[in-house]
Design a protein around this ligand. Structure first.
Ligand code: FAD
Length: 508
């Protein structure tokens, strides 16, 4: 007998995860499935999460969202990468730039030729071949307008946006496509006596919300996946010891930089995320090495504009839910796990969770092989991002007790192998289409100070003159692309400036 399709999805929580899920499910499931989202204004959202990676463009495009409209509505700005400052000695910085660095030739990636070039005395920085890095250094931005018959520009970008405005923007999108929203506190969750599946949510008002599939977007508390279904949590704080953050917005300053900044501090690192109407800031730290009060003082004393709100304290344990999908419940967002925001990956993990849920979308039977495959895929995503984030801590040469601990900590074998391979001949192994590309790994490994002993000997196939010319053309192309861009601020003013009324309202 054919199983029936699901007819009712319930989403618990209306932060970034809840509204991303509601929008995507409404878009891809259509009217055959009703979607009911319950959120509590009284409880509120986590209120941070404003830097993204380029893949978010795919999410917005899949919903048919107009990019200018979205940037305007969310007080957004463009992001060409992340600048890591002071992770080695004070004053040292490098960019993890999105987009290309040079171009591959034959069987080899660009950096293998660059490694040979350097060994033979070439002194040009890796980032002089990266159009986005050059543009970021000059505070320039433009969307790539690649033309047939010309070299691709090599520019890729993401966004900074106000998280609460993004949720509001998606709410409008989802409600216009039939999503029902209830403002109310979920007071209880009822399980089916035989199957152990979630049967319904019971709100404090007494309202009962029934469903076939439940999506837990309730944030760190994991109201359904943990508090009800006891999925379990893999704690990764032995690898990533930061466990707190303090966040505060401040007034914008000129210029409007097109990148996130992550500045290392004595007990962690500080983010700076420039939006149109304000700058988001936060200090992510390990409570063994600094008190909450001192962390707040450090944050407030290093802002580049006046604070616009009281600092907000947050606590977390880095790790992931043991089963992100259990029974008839799928966790998305903070309820599924948390990797600190060093590489701006949490919103991406929501997007991945939604994509995988659609790929393994259940019928009423909820088959275990589908659930297992989803969980395996999400495990892989979390683990590969975790390794990339650990890399920053393990290889930072900054002094101090916290950093000493990070340098001496044991790391996963998967990461140790990557580091060893790079340090031998500069090779980078990207497993199974993992999120961060060879170029991401390359920039962080090189930027943090790892140096390969050699390079792939296939790079010797170019003559010295050919190599010189190849490098020269790549650097000229990168400069040309960057110089053609207007200033980031000018680009926004011409294309997607938020209306002044919203600027006043949002920063008051
Ligand atoms: P929340 O925003 O916490 O939403 C939870 C929802 O559940 C709310 O609507 C709440 O009202 C509702 N809820 C909870 N309990 C109940 C109840 N009993 N009844 C009814 N409703 C309930 N990610 C990035 O990608 N980039 C970043 O730069 C970044 N920076 C971060 C910095 C920090 C310090 C932290 C902690 C996180 C950061 N993140 C970042 C992660 C990002 O904030 C989250 O991934 C994102 O905001 C999604 O959160 P959420 O929707 O899962 O949870």
């Amino acid at each position: 007998m054919m199983e029936r399709s699901l007819t009712k999805i319930v989403i618990a929580g209306g932060g970034t995860a809840g509204w991303m899920a509601a929008s995507a499910l409404a878009r891809f499931l259509g009217p055959s499935c009703s979607i009911h989202l319950v959120e509590s204004e009284e409880i509120g959202t986590v209120g941070v999460g404003e830097a993204t990676i380029p893949a978010i463009q795919l999410f917005n495009q899949s919903l048919g969202i107009d990019e200018n409209e979205f940037v305007r509505a969310t007080q957004g700005s463009f992001k060409l990468g992340i600048e890591f400052a002071d992770w080695n000695e004070p004053g040292h910085s490098y960019l993890h730039a999105f987009g290309a660095i040079g171009r591959p030739l034959g069987l080899l990636p660009f950096h293998q030729y660059w490694l040979r070039y350097r060994q033979q005395g070439g002194s040009v920085s890796l980032w002089d071949y990266a159009p986005t890095a050059l543009a970021a250094a000059q505070n320039r931005f433009a969307r790539p307008q690649d033309k047939p018959g010309t070299l691709p520009s090599g520019v890729a970008y993401a966004y900074h946006f106000d998280a609460s405005l993004y949720a509001a923007f998606l709410r409008k999108y989802a409600e216009a496509r039939g999503v029902i929203r209830t403002d109310g506190r979920i007071a209880d969750v009822k399980l089916h006596a035989e199957s152990g599946n979630i049967e319904c949510l019971i709100l404090a008002s007494g309202e009962v919300v029934r469903g076939d599939l439940f999506i837990d977007c309730s944030g760190f508390r994991g109201l359904l996946i943990e508090q009800t279904l006891n999925s379990g949590y893999e704690d990764w704080s032995n690898f990533l010891p930061c466990n707190r953050a303090v966040a505060v917005p401040c007034a914008s300053v000129d210029p409007l930089t097109p990148f996130t900044r992550a500045t290392a501090r004595d007990a962690g690192w500080q983010w700076r995320i420039p939006l149109q109407h304000r700058t988001g800031n936060g200090y992510v730290y390990c409570s063994d090495y600094v008190t909450d009060a001192d962390a707040t003082d450090i944050l407030l004393s290093t802002l580049d504009g006046v604070p616009l709100a009281e600092p907000r304290q947050l606590r977390f344990v880095t790790g992931k839910r043991s089963q992100i999908w259990k029974k008839n419940c799928v966790a998305l967002g903070l309820s599924s796990g948390f990797l600190e925001p060093l590489e701006s990956t949490s919103i991406h993990l929501i997007q991945t969770g939604i994509a995988k849920l659609l790929e393994f979308f259940p019928s009423s039977g909820f088959h275990q092989p589908d659930i297992d495959a989803f969980n395996k895929a999400m495990d892989f995503e979390f683990h590969s991002i975790r390794d990339f984030v650990i890399l920053h801590y393990k290889t930072a040469s900054r002094s101090g007790a916290f950093w000493e601990r990070c340098r001496n900590m044991a790391i996963p074998d998967s990461l140790a192998e990557k580091i060893e391979l790079f340090c031998t001949n500069g090779r980078i192994l990207r497993f199974n289409n993992e999120l961060f590309t060879e170029l991401g790994w390359l920039q962080v490994m090189w930027g943090q100070g790892l140096r390969p002993q050699g390079y792939n000997p296939l790079a010797d196939q170019l003559t010295a003159e050919q190599l010189q010319e190849f490098m020269h053309v790549a650097a000229r192309h990168a400069r040309h692309v960057a110089e053609q861009m207007p200033l980031h601020q000018q680009y926004i003013a011409a294309n997607c400036a938020a209306p002044p009324r919203e600027i006043r309202k949002a920063s008051s």
